[in-house]
Write a protein that binds this ligand. Sequence first.
Ligand code: BEZ
Length: 212
Amino acid sequence: MTLHLGDEAPNFQASTTHGSINFHNFLGDSWGLLLSHPADYTPVCTTELGRTAQLSSEFKKRNVKAIAVSVDGIEDHHQWVKDINEVKETDVDFPLIADQDRLVSTLYDMIHPNASGTQTVRSVFIIDPQKKIRLTLTYPASTGRNFNEILRVIDSLQLTDNYKVDTPADWNPGEDVIISNAISTEDAVEQFPKGVNEVKPYLRYTPQPNTK
Ligand code: BEZ
């Protein structure tokens, strides 16, 4: 199934290292980060799951619940999590889905047969509290994900949901943002008291509105 931005994230029931989970109930009112991993006991995946765990407080701060999926079984997941905790000196505190029947991988189009017929690619889905898909990323198995980028996109989505702004290329939290083109420059001056820098009539910057 091809999923697009704005689609509802498909629900599923799955066996995980935290017991049986109904995905939508698991998410509740939180944002979700769904990550697929090609296989257990593989080096790149080990670093990625470890990094996700190390960033646990960053995800909590942003009201994001992480959940990972791989097509291996629950016993392997439990043993592998012990390795990850040891190697990355962390505590994997999020569930790992055992997707041996490929229900979740198929639902989220995580198996790309021309890359591998058996393993998932490295998919990223960011899901908002209304269960809408807000970001998809697909990495090849050989390339570990950039978790700074994942946090950056979450920050951008949460900011732009609350203010009439967009974030420019390579934006990082705290930097100037772009005023939405739906607002006239006259209105922007009123709505953004920190200042409006009009570079072009269609490109107006303002300091990030929700920082001191
Ligand atoms: C890895 O996680 O290290 C990996 C998994 C599948 C293919 C290549 C690398």
